[in-house]
Design a protein around this ligand. Structure first.
Ligand code: PLP
Length: 428
């Protein structure tokens, strides 16, 4: 992202800009879109969203544009919003606000932008949520039943904290039956789609009308967002600027292009396959240690662990692990009694460790460390004898020895060995 495009404004889309001097940006952006289409087998790509949240907002508006706004304008014989009377305009706004979104429940593992009440999406839509079953897995028959009752404009699939895979063919079948647009947010697993780990029924691009993603998670590119869609939605998706975003970021689009090119290589496919292998290995090793791994495994790049058997919250687990040198984040689990701030679980992802070159042996070591650390974490108790939901007590020498163990592991998997003088000296 550190390149000269940083300084260029380029509102609009290639060959149709509100700014002059965009010839090179046009070339870069068009190439990034073409590369995204060939990598994912999409009809159309839009690489301008600054983030995953932006991409979702653009996609919601694209669906509203295609299914609600444009048909309304055609019927009212209006070519331009500015020609509309205040009354017509307000009718149209009300019509948009009454549309229904059916998405995964936040506590089942979805993202805030999928209709969580603290996010704009919940203000925009009349939101309904489907949940995972008792085993923590999606039940398509239940989703279908709910979708037929709700009849949403948008059926949304995708997650931030779900350790399973989604059958997108089945989701499309449900969307078609209830007359919804199928939108998939593959922010977390885009790299597994690009790396051909998820194919056929599990490839969202094949089945969804619109797919949104970040470019910085398993896709391993710059911080940013992207939208892929069927031709039918191309024109509406390209209205992202000025509908949602202002000036696109040409330097980030350049970096997205590089990431998309990298994802086209056999090395990336190997990386994607290794991510899932490592995640499965970590889940198995954690269970061997006695940790409560949700769904009993992992089909993607992350695992979820219920930490309540240790008598602590997710926040305390996060703090304890961080104190010992391991950074994971706390996460809600289905039916969480501790809410989204304290939580009852932790979410552990393996893509970064996989990039460092770690494999099954290291996953075993990490599982053991997690177990040891959580077993040695005691919640703080206040003067009234009440257990804290965030404070912890740990033995200093234990913390020191765990930090040493983490350091030793990382020393054998350096992120930038070529710029680390100690490592260079030791290996010369
Ligand atoms: N969608 C999903 C499923 C996510 O997990 C995230 C971020 O974690 C986002 C969207 C938002 O992405 P960003 O942080 O780039 O806005």
């Amino acid at each position: 992202m550190g390149n000269w495009f940083t300084d260029k404004y380029a509102e609009g889309v290639p060959e149709h800009r509100f700014y002059a001097g965009c010839d090179n940006v046009d070339e870069i952006e068009s190439l990034a879109c073409r590369t995204a289409c060939s990598l994912f087998g999409a009809d159309h790509a839009y690489v301008q969203p600054h983030s995953g949240a932006d991409a979702n907002l653009c996609a919601y508006w694209a669906i509203l544009d295609n299914r609600v706004l444009t048909p309304y304008c055609i019927e009212a014989k209006v070519k331009n919003y500015n020609e509309m009377s205040r009354e017509d305009w307000n009718n149209l706004r009300t019509l948009c606000r009454n549309q229904k979104l059916l998405s995964m429940d936040y506590y089942s593992g979805s993202h805030l932008t999928h209709g969580y009440r603290q996010n704009l999406s919940a203000h925009l839509f009349d939101c309904y949520y489907y949940k995972v079953n008792r085993e923590g897995i999606l039940d398509y028959d239940e989703i279908e039943k709910q979708a037929m009752e709700v009849k949403p404009l948008i059926l949304l699939a995708g997650y931030s904290a779900y350790p399973g895979i989604i059958n997108f063919r089945r989701m499309r079948e449900i969307a078609d039956r209830c007359g919804a647009v199928l939108m998939v947010d593959m922010a977390h697993f885009a790299g597994l789609v690009a790396g051909k780990v998820y194919t056929g029924d599990y490839d969202p691009v094949l089945w969804a009308h619109i797919v949104t993603t970040t470019t910085h998670k398993t896709l391993r590119g710059p911080r940013g967002g992207m939208i892929l869609c069927k031709q039918e939605f191309a024109e509406s998706v390209d209205k992202g600027c000025p509908l949602v975003i202002g000036g696109p970021l040409p330097h980030v689009m350049t970096a997205k292009l590089i990431a998309l090119k990298e994802a086209h290589t056999p090395e990336f496919r190997k990386y994607a396959a290794s991510i899932v292998r490592n995640s499965k290995a970590l889940a198995a090793a954690c269970m061997e240690q006695g940790l409560k791994v949700l769904t009993g495994g992992s089909e993607n790049h992350l695992i979820l662990v219920d930490v309540t058997p240790f008598g602590i919250t997710g926040r305390q687990a996060e703090k304890a692990l961080r104190t010992c040198g391991l950074t994971v984040n706390r996460n809600t689990i289905p039916g969480d009694i501790n809410g989204p701030w304290y939580t009852s679980g932790i979410r552990v992802g393996v893509p970064a460790a996989t990039t460092l070159g770690m494999g099954a042996g290291e996953m075993k070591k990490i599982a053991k460390m997690i177990y040891m650390i959580l077993s040695n974490t005691v919640p703080k108790v206040n003067e009234q004898g009440l257990r804290s939901k965030s404070g912890i007590t740990m033995d200093d020498s234990f913390v020191q020895s765990m930090n040493k163990e983490v350091r030793e592991l990382l020393d054998t998997f350096r992120l930038y060995p070529e710029i680390d003088p100690d490592f260079i000296e030791a290996n010369l």
